[in-house]
Write a protein that binds this ligand. Structure first.
Ligand SMILES: Cc1ncc(C[n+]2csc(CCOP(=O)(O)OP(=O)(O)O)c2C)c(N)n1
Ligand SMILES: [Mg+2]
Length: 333
């Protein structure tokens, strides 16, 4: 049996007041963004498929708080939260989701292909399991350049069973790459329960077989994620190789917008009531006196206003025109 660790949670006092406010702002912005995309999608004005990250915010933010612009992340089809946590501007993101020319990718990518290299966001990705090999490539480049940069790859419990992910885990260990594998286990791949499809008690247990540390993290607890990520990022930067984190959490919405979720009981209601990462964060930082509730309320209002503006601007922005057909086709190096 593996020696996979259940990790302790950090004390809020290990972060400065500014860091705590920053973490809360990033999580609240993701929640406001996702709740609003849920509403906007129902109007029929958003083209394509949308997969929402609400409920999983502590994972993206607890990890990305340790990264600089030079560090990179590879994301998934459920990527809005990863983007915002990594510093991508929510306004062009919203425009991208509405397919507008002012979008992060000029309206040509949509929800599942948002990328912003200036922020180290290598891209959301519609191909399940495609992120891990990409992250190895980026981490290999960082290792050869000797620049101390790390790459984080987020992937789901479904993607954890893909050959691409398993090959990447092996290669990362063989080459001791500065990469952190983050398995966000939200209990389902589409409608298939991970308790049925993942052949191990925990995804993190597989780390043993690849010769790297594997850690299980409570994904409702920002401080637990932050603590484990701190160790994994430090280890990667030091040149000591990869770590596999399994973050256990829940998504609040369906697999995609439109999913009726007939395969779920009252688990979402319970998670929203008892485990919500934003509520937990608020309780912990206010009961220990690190922050007062008014400062958090202000952030709530600012995030709501930002998303109102983002939607208004996206809706009034132009769609790409015929003249945009032949741009952004080839990358230039
Ligand atoms: C290679 C590939 N196979 C299948 C799909 C269809 N598909 C899209 S999302 C998904 C489930 C992914 O589940 P998981 O990795 O747990 O991520 P989650 O949606 O739970 O965040 C599947 C099977 C795909 N996009 N790519
Ligand atoms: Mg999943």
């Amino acid at each position: 049996m593996s020696d996979t660790l259940e990790h302790r949670s950090a004390e809020p006092a290990e972060l400065s007041a500014d860091q705590l406010l920053d973490a809360y702002r990033r999580m609240r912005t993701i929640r406001a963004f996702e709740d609003r995309v849920h509403e906007e999608f129902a109007t029929g004005d958003i083209p394509g498929f949308v997969h929402l990250y609400a409920g999983e915010e502590a994972s993206a933010v607890g990890i990305c708080m340790h990264l600089d612009d030079g560090d990179t992340i590879a994301s998934t089809h459920r990527g809005h939260g990863h983007c915002i946590a990594k510093g991508v501007d929510p306004k062009p993101m919203m425009a991208e989701i509405f397919g507008r020319r002012t979008g992060t990718c000029h309206g040509k990518g949509g929800s599942m292909h948002i990328a912003d290299l200036s922020k180290g966001m290598l891209g959301a990705n519609g191909i399940v399991g495609a992120g891990a090999p990409l992250a190895c490539g980026r981490a290999l480049a960082a290792k050869l350049a000797g620049n101390g940069e790390v790459c984080v790859v987020f992937f789901g419990d479904g993607a954890s069973n893909q050959g691409t992910t398993l090959e990447a885990l092996n290669l990362a260990s063989v080459w001791q790459l500065p990469v952190i594998f983050v398995a966000e286990n939200n209990g389902y791949a589409e409608t298939t329960a991970s308790s049925w499809s993942v052949a191990a008690d925990n995804i993190a247990d597989r780390a043993d077989g690849f010769g790297m540390p594997g850690v299980i993290v409570d994904g409702f607890d920002f401080f637990a994620v932050w603590e484990v990520a701190r160790e994994a990022v430090t280890r990667a930067r030091r040149g000591d190789g990869p770590t596999l984190m399994e973050v256990k959490l829940t998504r609040y919405y369906g697999h995609f917008e439109g999913d009726q979720q007939t395969y779920r009981g009252d688990e979402v209601e319970r998670a929203r009531r008892d485990f919500d990462c934003l509520k937990w964060f608020r309780t912990r930082v206010t009961t220990n006196g690190m922050l007062d509730a008014a400062a958090l309320d202000t952030i709530d209002a600012e995030a709501a206003a930002l998303i109102d503006d983002a939607v208004a601007e996206a809706r009034s922005a132009p769609l790409p025109g015929r003249e945009d057909l032949e741009t952004d086709v080839y990358a230039t190096y």
